[in-house]
Design a protein around this ligand. Sequence first.
Ligand code: SF4
Length: 210
Amino acid sequence: MVAEEKPRTVYWLDNSLYLNITNRCSNNCWFCFRNFKQGISGFNLKLKREPTTSEVTAEFEAALRLKRWNEAVFCGFGEPTARLDILLEVARWIRKRCGGSVLIRVDTNGHGYVLNKDRAVAEELRSAGVDKVSVSLNGHDEASYAENCRPMFDGGFSAVLDFVKRAKTAGLNVEVSAVRMPEVDVEKVRAVAESLGVPLRVREYIPCFW
Ligand code: SF4
């Protein structure tokens, strides 16, 4: 039974390994899968507690024995920059363990600077070996973003834009992502992405969650 599956920090889809290092998030998107799903592709992503760096790397090491992976993606049922130090430690470990053979990506809600005051978040990600950030933007202005993503602070939309700009400046490969659904005006989000000089990736809703 799915409900009895052990909570997973490391899980996989196709040729990518995913890291679910936290279930905390500074948004409360009405469409978030964790509100009504247990995980993805049979992996339980509902953590009973947050894993330590060594627990994450031990699970990752075990997964490395299964096959050759193309990328490691920090993406789970929470915002990875809510645990910035663990994220950085694990990214450094992956870069050392896998060299350049594995691309490291962080899927983020773009609130890294709000969650980590006085930190050089983008530069720290880059120097830890992160190659790319995929920043979710499910709104085209403060009002639509607030309605869809319900951030825990004011100015959520501006915070995401600021993160995208700083990530670009830090030399990270940056894309913006949006979920295709009636409440998101994809063309307006595309215009925002274009104004920032980054590509937009449109994701279909519920491709493989259970
Ligand atoms: S930003 Fe992602 S993890 Fe956070 S509430 Fe929204 S969909 Fe869920």
